[in-house]
Design a protein around this ligand. Structure first.
Ligand code: DON
Length: 315
């Protein structure tokens, strides 16, 4: 184990990480399977920290909105648990899949019950849960308002061009939804659950907004600014556990190994990272690694965690 250097100020650490990432040329590949995401400039890089003691520290393109994609699954999971509680676990598992985010292979053996809430199949079931008693438009509105509430920012919007682009090319997700419907694990028409799913994935947020929205997870379930409870402490811990074990799909073990904190990635190149008791972090770099997770985003969080001596395994 390397010697831990003196811990710098967070402002300095973020600025250093952003400057180092700006220099790098090995930025990974921007996702193109959703055509609208392929238009994003791979040179962008932003990072933000919202600390439990009320500071918001930014570096790089931290105020530039990007498509949060699968990072939104943390917020829909939180909402669904609020709605149906532990009954959710009859329809979605809690195990890492060890497979890509859009894989279908386990669903047949496991009777249409997705391995966890963060793979696409699991998140589609959660969209179906959030649809109960609603029209898709209402369910989408509820998710957006929840994210705005968490971030304390009602300027956050859904990028409808991204949602339409994903729907137009979402053959895998249609396959997953139809397959789960055949097992009885979707209660609404696949088309409707997918409408909710495509729209929450298309929420656009900046690193600042995303770090703000994650604060309750870094602070035992409470918004540190208001003291109001969003979820119980136990639930915040459990969401963190799922982020650590499943938040980066078949790259989850590697992210835990290198970064050592719970994180959730999206194919837009964003990652939400949680340092329990300390801060909520958001990083964005659109180029992805071989597992579909932000390449420089993961490296930046690894460097930052090391500089700040952050790890859920720290003594
Ligand atoms: O369903 C999809 O393929 C996208 N809306 C979300 C995938 C995603 O973000 C995977 N994350 N790394």
């Amino acid at each position: 184990m390397a010697e831990i250097d003196a811990v710098p100020e967070l402002e300095q650490a973020l600025a250093e990480v952003a400057a180092e990432m700006a220099e790098r040329t090995d930025r990974g590949d921007v996702a193109t399977y959703i055509p609208q995401l392929g238009k994003v400039d791979p040179k962008r890089f932003g990072i933000a920290a919202a600390t439990n003691d009320g500071r918001v520290i930014l570096a790089g393109d931290a105020d530039q909105p990007f498509s949060i994609q699968s990072v939104s699954k943390v917020f829909t999971l939180t909402l669904a648990l609020g709605k149906v509680g532990d009954a959710l676990w009859h329809r979605v598992g809690r195990e890492p899949s060890g497979n890509p985010f859009n894989s279908i292979v386990q669903l047949e053996h496991e009777n249409g019950i997705p391995r966890n809430p963060f793979i696409n199949a699991g998140a589609i079931v959660i969209s179906d849960v959030l649809l109960a008693g609603h029209q898709p438009r209402e369910a989408i509105g509820e998710i957006l308002r929840f994210v705005q509430f968490l971030a304390d920012d009602d300027t956050i919007i859904i990028d409808h061009e991204v949602a339409a682009s994903e729907r137009a090319t979402g053959y895998r997700n249609f396959a997953l939804a139809n397959y789960m419907k055949s097992f009885g694990n979707l209660h609404h028409e696949p088309e409707l659950a997918l409408g909710v799913y495509f729209h929450h994935c298309a929420i656009a947020m900046s690193c600042r907004q995303l770090a703000m929205a994650g604060r309750f997870l870094a602070n035992g379930g409470r918004n540190p600014a208001t003291g109001h409870s969003v979820v119980s402490t136990e639930r915040a811990r459990r969401i963190g556990a799922l982020m650590l074990t499943c938040g980066h799909y078949d790259g989850s073990g590697d992210f835990a190994f290198h970064v050592g904190i719970p994180g959730k990635s999206g194919v837009g190149g964003g990652i939400l990272g949680i340092v329990p008791g300390v801060a909520s972090l958001a990083v964005w770099s659109p180029g992805l690694n071989e597992n579909g997770n932000s390449k420089l985003g993961s490296i930046a969080l690894e460097k930052l965690a090391r500089m700040m001596n952050w790890s859920i395994f720290a003594p």
